[in-house]
Ligand binder design. Structure first.
Ligand SMILES: Cc1ncc(C[n+]2csc(CCOP(=O)(O)OP(=O)(O)O)c2C)c(N)n1
Length: 829
């Protein structure tokens, strides 16, 4: 094996890809570069309404020139970027271009020549090496996959040279591969199945990874992973050490931009395109965004900016009519929001496909360009601008023709007003149309005939090609591991589990809603995930509001309702409330409005991984004045806390609880109790004054387990307390624990700066750490580590975070030893 830094003999000369490695700092701006200033955003250009008479004949002339049987231009066949899997030697990486040997596991580029790493080289961490027991087969009947096999783990170059019939076959093979893999791993399914054809077409038409594809949310990227050098590891999706369920930059050079949270793709793609423009690189940046994700405000901020800048990027709207999760929950037939109505309707897709091919064709674009230039020369400025605008209106007019009578109008106008060139809607499963339209768009941008962003609207079916998904009300958005197991297979059905905390919350909220009709519920596109669907089932849409994927709006909307006299419960996962932070501060807390925030999925969340971890809320909320914050340790406390929050009507409150099943071993309160704010509880009283553990939230049982072991094996009688509230903090309890014990440990499923910081502050201010007059308590905090914890089984994630019972025990023993408290190690054997 070659030594590190050594160049292997016979390595290929590196093709010209130096632009990949230009350091941003090396780029100098030409003087006066930013001298051209204009109002930011496309909406400032939308006021021209005259000149109709000029553009109609131009467009009509262009329509007459409809091209016949356009051929797709073959793409460059030579790879510039692939690094063969065969070149991996042990832990070291060998650059296929220059032969340099290096070890940086996370490096996306060869440190010597800058060649991007591809294929499986970038996958996972050191722990992620394929395990022997990894399944290579799922629960779908085997299917030959000759085209997919021919790709190997090499990446996408071969896809570029495939014919359309081959691409169709490749799509079928990819669909089978995704189904078979997800049947083992579980996770997102319907969305990926809906974009198989689009994914294949994108990798055929564009020069990926050089052209970046930004997948919004990235829950639909399994087909992309299968095609981009990760097929051999596809059965490890969402498993510890395996592939992430989302796009992840560390995992592959093809994952241009990581995601998990929605509505970010357009901003990222505009950023990529701008970087290219500034650094003098050619290429394309593409955002693929769903009709759900595009309800997020950020997507509109990005479009306004892109249109205003005239960025030559591409937005592909994957419109499958499912905005919320699940849309058809409780038989609500209409997808959420007004935009979905604007986008609705699938009639005339084949005609629309033809129009899309035509209006992106170079003949049409050249005609438009010619007409624009002519009017520029012939007409004064304002009139020629008006003529240009008119050209858009004319295209809209042409496109509404197939929809005449349906009342749908032109769907594109909204996007045209934002400065985009709108194309579609087209059938997102029709490979011929996809390939031709995407190729045209690519060329229009390359030729410069289109000097603005393009908005391609495609219609797809979520779960396409798998009947059970298409029939399911949620389109099999996500599935449990081991689905589609054939009858008679040895897999036993999983043992029944107690209900999830989410269900306990939903039922408790219904009871509060029955007591008080001012109680209303808000969700941001997650009625199922948050339990708000249970409330909706009981009280209907008059008292339940699904705002789409719009957490910022959800928070301020709740603030308005609270100010107006209602009692809003705003249920947003801990991780997604990060989106609404300023609204929480500025609109809710600053005005002391009684919005109740319900934060499900607090702490580590398992297979969804770091993007979905609810690790920060105690830190980001704890510093906000007037917020009251509690965390339930079990289902009984959860019910009581919901009741308590319903009663607090003069300031904002928040309640967090973990993901997963409740304990199922508690006697639930017949009637929920009001829990006094700022009052914790002692769960286990120690007798020897040696150690106290103060917990908040879901680690309580781990603390109790550790305490039992400390007693049984080490003869230490530990006090365990549940703080219940972080704000107001039970300072009496904190003081008592500090005074009565030699050592104190706090524990929480949250990053630094949360509960422990509040306790430390209270102890500092109370003089418990001064050491004056009394022995200061020895204090330790157990918080989530200051690093990202990847997807895994939650128990293993907490092992990794060192927050399980055995870690509490170790921490306790180390602390006791440090302060000189003798433990009875004999008992431990
Ligand atoms: C900020 C944020 N809020 C909520 C979610 C949860 N979520 C994941 S996918 C999804 C629906 C996405 O719908 P769409 O973009 O139309 O994609 P589809 O699944 O329909 O293909 C939601 C709400 C999220 N990922 N990010």
């Amino acid at each position: 094996m070659a030594a590190l830094g050594e160049v292997l003999p016979g390595s290929v000369a590196r093709p010209e890809i130096s632009k990949w490695t230009v350091h941003p700092a090396a780029v100098t701006l030409a003087p006066g570069d930013d001298a051209v200033r204009r109002p930011v955003g496309a909406s400032s250009f939308t006021n021209l309404k005259t000149g109709l008479a000029i553009a109609v004949p131009l467009a009509a002339a262009a329509v007459r020139k409809r091209p016949q049987g356009r051929k797709v231009r073959p793409m460059l066949a030579m790879t510039k970027t692939s690094v063969s899997n065969d070149t991996v030697k042990g832990a070291a990486k060998v650059c296929a271009e220059c032969g340099y040997v290096f070890v940086e596991d996370d490096a996306l580029f060869c440190p010597k020549c800058g060649t991007p790493r591809t294929g499986t080289l970038g996958v996972g961490s050191k722990k992620a090496a394929p395990k022997a027991e990894e399944p290579k087969k799922g629960y779908f009947p085997p299917q030959p996959t000759p085209l997919l096999d021919s790709l190997g783990d090499e990446g996408t170059q071969r896809i570029r040279s495939m014919s359309v019939p081959e691409l169709k076959q490749l799509a079928d093979e990819v669909r089978w591969q995704v189904l078979d893999a997800v049947s083992v791993t579980g996770g997102h399914l319907g969305a990926g199945l809906g974009v198989v054809e689009l994914t294949v077409a994108l990798h055929h038409v564009f020069d990926t990874p050089r052209d970046e594809i930004c997948w919004d949310v990235a829950h639909q990227c399994q087909p992309h992973k299968v095609l981009t050098g990760r097929r051999s590891r596809i059965y490890t999706l969402r498993q510890g050490g395996g592939l992430s369920g989302f796009a992840k930059r560390k995992e592959s050079i093809y994952d241009a931009f990581g995601a998990g949270h929605s509505s970010t793709s357009i901003s990222a793609a505009v950023g990529f395109q701008t970087a290219k423009d500034r650094l003098g690189r050619s290429g394309h940046s593409i955002a693929v965004i769903g009709d759900g994700a595009i309800t997020g405000g950020m997507a509109w901020e990005a479009m306004n900016h892109a249109g205003g800048m005239g960025s030559k990027m591409v937005v592909i709207l994957n419109d499958n009519g499912q905005v919320s999760l699940p849309t058809f929950y409780n038989k609500v037939k209409q997808p959420v929001g007004a935009l979905s109505e604007t986008l609705a309707g699938t009639q005339g897709l084949s005609i629309q496909g033809d129009i899309a091919k035509f209006e992106t064709s170079s003949a049409f674009q050249n005609a438009r360009q010619f007409a624009k230039n002519a009017t520029k020369q012939l007409l004064p400025g304002q009139l020629s601008a008006a003529a240009a605008k008119l050209d858009e209106y004319t295209r809209d007019f042409v496109k509404t023709v197939p929809f005449r009578g349906s009342g749908s109008g032109s769907k594109g106008e909204l996007f045209e007003q934002l400065g985009f060139y709108y194309v579609g809607p087209i059938d997102g499963h029709d490979m011929d149309t996809l390939v031709e339209v995407l190729t045209n768009i690519r060329k229009d941008h390359e030729d410069g005939t289109l000097q603005k962003p393009v908005f391609l609207h495609i219609k797809t079916k979520k779960g396409n090609g798998y009947e059970p998904a298409q029939k399911a009300s949620d389109k099999l958005h996500a599935v449990q591991p081991k689905f589609n197991v054939p009858k008679g297979a040895s897999d036993k059905p999983p043992a029944p589990k107690p209900p999830p905390f989410t269900k306990i919350f939903g039922d408790a909220l219904v009871r509060e809603g029955e007591r008080d009709d001012k109680v209303v519920a808000i969700t941001a596109a997650m009625p199922g995930g948050t339990g708000i669907g249970i409330f909706e089932k009981r009280f209907g849409p008059e008292r339940t509001f699904d705002v789409g994927i719009a957490e910022q709006h959800a928070v301020t909307f709740a603030a308005g309702m609270a100010a107006g006299g209602l009692k809003p419960f705003c249920a947003i996962y801990s991780t997604f409330l990060q989106r609404g932070y300023d609204q929480l501060v500025h609109d809710v807390a600053l005005q002391k409005l009684p919005v109740r925030f319900i934060l499900d999925r607090a702490g580590l969340v398992g297979a969804d991984g770091a993007t979905h971890s609810g690790c920060f809320d105690l830190s980001y909320m704890g510093c906000i004045p007037d917020m009251m914050i509690c965390a339930s340790a079990d289902e009984a406390e959860l019910v009581n806390m919901i009741h308590t929050l319903a009663k607090i009507d003069d300031q904002p409150t928040a309640l967090r609880f973990p993901r997963g099943s409740c304990y199922g071993d508690l006697v639930m309160p017949a009637e929920p109790r009001f829990l006094e704010p700022g009052r914790g509880r002692i769960c286990r009283e120690g007798r020897d004054g040696k150690l106290a553990i103060l917990s908040i939230g879901g680690r309580l049982r781990e603390c109790l387990k550790a305490a039992d072991e400390l007693e049984e094996k080490y003869g230490v009688s530990v006090t365990v307390a549940d703080a219940r509230w972080m704000k107001p903090l039970d300072t009496n309890l904190v003081g008592r624990l500090a005074e009565d014990h030699r050592a104190l440990i706090t524990i929480e499923e949250n990053a630094i700066g949360g509960f422990s910081a509040q306790v430390q502050q209270a102890l500092l201010e109370g003089g418990y750490l001064d050491g004056l007059g009394k022995t200061p308590v020895a204090l330790r905090s157990m918080v989530l580590p200051d690093r990202w914890i990847d997807h895994n089984d939650p128990q293993l994630q907490y092992d990794d975070a060192k927050l399980n019972a055995q870690h509490i025990l170790q921490k306790a023993l180390a602390l006791l030893s440090r302060v000189g408290v003798k433990v009875d190690a004999k008992l431990a054997g």
